[in-house]
Ligand binder design. Structure first.
Ligand code: ATP
Length: 188
């Protein structure tokens, strides 16, 4: 379980998180209006941002994989190359199978990531996190960006299957995606 207690974060005068307390056990969807601090919360959990006060417990020693706000892929590698770089024990065949299921053609699989579309890069970043199996925590910031409705449906199924057993916090604005995931929803 990740235990968040009395977390506060401001940027200058702007209070973004005010005394937020939250337990995350298993998978959870995080929703809320733009600017409410969803990405800021994830960045604090990722260690990319320091809170002003409050506590986060349950992260250390458990291994964490993430879809960041940005894709953060190695542009010169293929999508499968990116996935295998971080996913211990993941074979190129397995990575390519999951990519194909999310709409990658044979030609897409051979391209370096720099030549892929925004939505394809997002799918590669999502699978890279999901296939990091030696992690107990998944933090997924808007992982369905750039996908059409049909792809979101397929990707949601992939997320449910591959995130099983991990404490997972998934940020989305997409109500249909949240419905398809079927996970508890927390609204900030
Ligand atoms: N490094 C920063 N410096 C200054 N302000 C910041 C910084 N990071 C975030 N903010 C501000 O904090 C607020 C919350 O931003 P955040 O990205 O966490 O919101 P969000 O809920 O994820 O929004 P969205 O749904 O639009 O992605 C915004 O007003 C944003 O401008």
């Amino acid at each position: 379980m990740i235990r968040i207690t009395d977390l506060c974060k401001a940027f200058g005068e702007k209070k973004v998180l005010e005394h937020l307390s939250l337990n995350i056990e298993g998978p959870v969807v995080l929703m809320g209006p733009s600017g409410r601090g969803k990405t800021t919360l994830l960045r604090i959990l990722m260690g990319l941002e320091q809170p002003d006060s409050g506590r986060v417990e349950g992260l250390s020693g458990r291994g964490l994989a993430a879809v960041f706000q940005e894709d953060r892929l190695c542009p010169q590698l293929t999508a499968a190359g990116n996935i295998c770089l971080t996913g211990r024990g993941v074979t190129a065949g397995e990575a390519e199978g999951e990519l194909r299921a999310l709409g990658f053609s044979h030609a897409d699989l051979k391209q370096s990531v720099s030549r892929l579309s925004g939505g394809q890069k997002r799918r590669a970043a999502l699978l890279r996190a999901l296939l990091c199996r030696n992690t107990e925590i998944l933090l997924l910031d808007e992982p369905f960006t750039g996908m059409d409705d049909a792809l979101v449906g397929t990707a949601a199924g992939t997320v449910v299957r591959l995130a099983a057993g991990r404490d997972t916090l998934l940020v989305t604005h997409d109500h249909e995606a949240a419905r398809l995931l079927g996970w508890p929803v927390i609204t900030l």
